[in-house]
Design a binder for this molecule. Sequence first.
Ligand code: B12
Ligand code: SF4
Ligand code: SF4
Length: 317
Amino acid sequence: MKEQLINVLSKHVEVFGFVSTSEYLGNRFLHGKEDSFERIPNFKQYKTIIVLGLSYPSEEVKYQGKGYGVLSRYSYNTDYHLVFKKVFKEIEKELDELKIKSHFSVDVSDIFEKQAASLANIGYIGKNQLLINKKYGTYMNLATILIDVDIAKNIAVQDDCGDCTLCIDACPSGALDDGFSRSKCISDISQEKNVLDEEEISYFKEVIYGCDICQQVCPKNQGIDFHLHPEYEPSGIESIDLTELLDMTNKQYKNKYGNNASSWTGLLVLKRNAVCMIGNQRLVKMKTNVLKSIDKYKDVSWYNETANKVIKILERE
Ligand code: B12
Ligand code: SF4
Ligand code: SF4
């Protein structure tokens, strides 16, 4: 059975590994936080977690300069949830033929994917908090499939960070100083609907959504740049004109970014981030655009409180 499964999976994904559900469940209570594994319908029937990895290019979309922002790498082109769903549909057909029951998930907290991946021996969790695979580095998205058969995991040579601290030193907000602080992580700050303070506003220099710094500096990522999925190749939407974004309607945004990973966050969060960039890039000529947007979204306090702080920044000498 294991060989048949390997044949199926290797046709569709470049990275996969197996861990028994009992090993995963046995480990999870050691670490404080809990997933919601038990909420998966008929969770008891599943014996194995298959962890899947799809790699994305590490190559940067060129920053076009003042007046522009770029998306972080994991959000180039098509949303990885959509890419994974398509891959799973194909895998599922073949699992059905083998009479294997399966349950797919990506990014929901039913299963912590990085931890499942490390238990499945497809990599280790680095000090940058990401799963590091020997071949693909951290530039890889993860998903899982539960199946109702027992499959022994592969034994792999494990790696570690050693005494390297490059990501901790490079993180601009100190999010990695003491393990990991979600509220300090710029990726989180760029996705949540919160009022930002001046320090947080200052993080938006070139990247408008997400943050790649702790991956860029990682020696385990050096020389890694795979182009295996056309859906992850930059499509032209990654470099964002800040004026165009500020004027964009929800409909225009949906047409252009509806299939992009940033879209779950919503247009207004991106507009707030664009406003922060306008402040940091000192685009004084765009003050009127910011004021117009404050008026337009006057009922959204997290938006206009942040934008008003940016106006003050723009008014400083
Ligand atoms: C919420 C989330 C975020 C949040 C918060 C992350 C966090 N650590 O809490 C924010 C927005 C900050 C974020 C940022 C990013 N994310 Co994110 N994120 C997630 C998501 C959806 C859930 C993670 C979660 O709920 N964590 C909850 C906390 C409590 O867990 P934790 O921090 O890992 O630590 C606890 C557990 O790990 C537990 N634990 C420790 N050991 C073990 C062992 C076992 C067996 C168990 C069960 C538990 C356990 O104890 C820890 C402390 O309580 C996952 C997908 C998933 N389902 O896993 C993607 C995921 C981790 N993110 C991903 C990515 C790509 C990113 C970014 C790189 C995106 C970007 N470019 O901006 C950044 C990187 C930031 C960083 N340095 O970590 C990828 C990582 C791929 C990889 N190679 O590792 C994932 C797996 C998404 C995916 N499907 O591919 N993310
Ligand atoms: S994603 Fe950015 S802010 Fe978050 S830990 Fe990494 S370097 Fe720090
Ligand atoms: S930069 Fe260094 S410490 Fe950070 S994850 Fe990479 S190898 Fe580990």
